[in-house]
Design a protein around this ligand. Sequence first.
Ligand code: PGA
Ligand code: ZN
Length: 426
Amino acid sequence: KIKSVLAWEALDSRGTPTVACQVTLSDGSCGEATVPAGASTGRHEAKELRDGDHRYEGRGVGKAVANVNTVLFEAVRGLSADDQHAVDSAMRAEDGTSDLSKLGANAVLAISIATALASANSRGLPLYQSEALGEPLLPLPMVNIISGGAHAGRSIDVQDFLAVPVGARRFSEAIEWAARVRAGTAEELSSQGWPTSLVADEGGLSATLPSNRSALDLLVKGIERAGLRPGSDVGIAIDIAATQLLATDGRYHLAADERHLGPEEFIDELHDWCRHYPIVSLEDALGEDDWDGWAEATKRLQGVQILGDDLFTTHIKRLQRGIDESVANAVLVKPNQIGTLTDALDVVKLAQRAGYATVLSARSGETEDNWLADFAVGWRTGQIKVGSTMRSERTAKWNRLLRLEAELGADNIEYAGAAAITPSIQ
Ligand code: PGA
Ligand code: ZN
């Protein structure tokens, strides 16, 4: 049973305050979690509570911390940590808003995750086992190589260019290939006269390239320099974060390309990118409320994983609408977009029933915690996206997965591999 809760203000990887919390049970077991934060957040996400005062440019989380220590603690006090649903519902009821804006989604998520960790510790199980929906499954990694958009001072419009090592036979090989692709891409960038030692929010490279296509060219060359084959060894995923590109006239503004494109023209452009480059996954190709554009893109961009992040915001009703209207074929899952583990897991289960692929994802503002890795393995999400192969808040997650492969033995633990990419369209 939950005996005490202690929250404090910590810092995330961008140096921005965030909520950390420890949940202690009556048997003495503890769980500790620190909450991540996005930069290109979707409009329909649950709401973080920020102080808005003189500290940390208004981004302090003193109020959210106080809510954890007082009202939220009172709401969960004495509940069984093994009953995640009861704990999460009690907090939702205490908050009373659908987006958790009263007490703060950052406050609620801190207790939600710390409770799951305390429950696992109390039962003497590693988190992935205590969260298991089936046999453990190591996910296919999607690894950030080049960053743009809100994660890199808008050096290029597209937010994320990622390597997907589709040909790797095991998780550790996939990570080694991704690291090699990052090094190869850095070499190529350097040969074009760009500095490569500065890193973006998720540990990726960044440069004010002349066009979005030139970033794709760069990544293809980086894969080749790594001694790997673009397409069969390493595919490309992109996260356009298109809501960020929407101008007031409803057109998408590609500043690097000096072009303004309407939704139809933008889909044409993306179609062209998919034909010329080995793109296996396209995230947030259109604005977060353009359901018609999304339906059209899903129809036209056959054979590509069409992944909804800001579109779905890990919200079950929005995912259900997507399924009903044949919009997208994969969902990005970020626990802090919705505020509780129960809600995030419900989205994973609905997606799995509907044949949508699931990609568990970190945020651009991360922490040194590694619980995300265990949820990916236990929930069998099949894919995971946590940033690049450097910066400790990123490697904390990769390293946890590498450890699980070593501990369980690569031959004993299933590895999702390329088959995880949108099963419904393969
Ligand atoms: P965010 O970016 O954490 O800044 O929202 C991650 C993503 O868009 O996938
Ligand atoms: Zn995204």
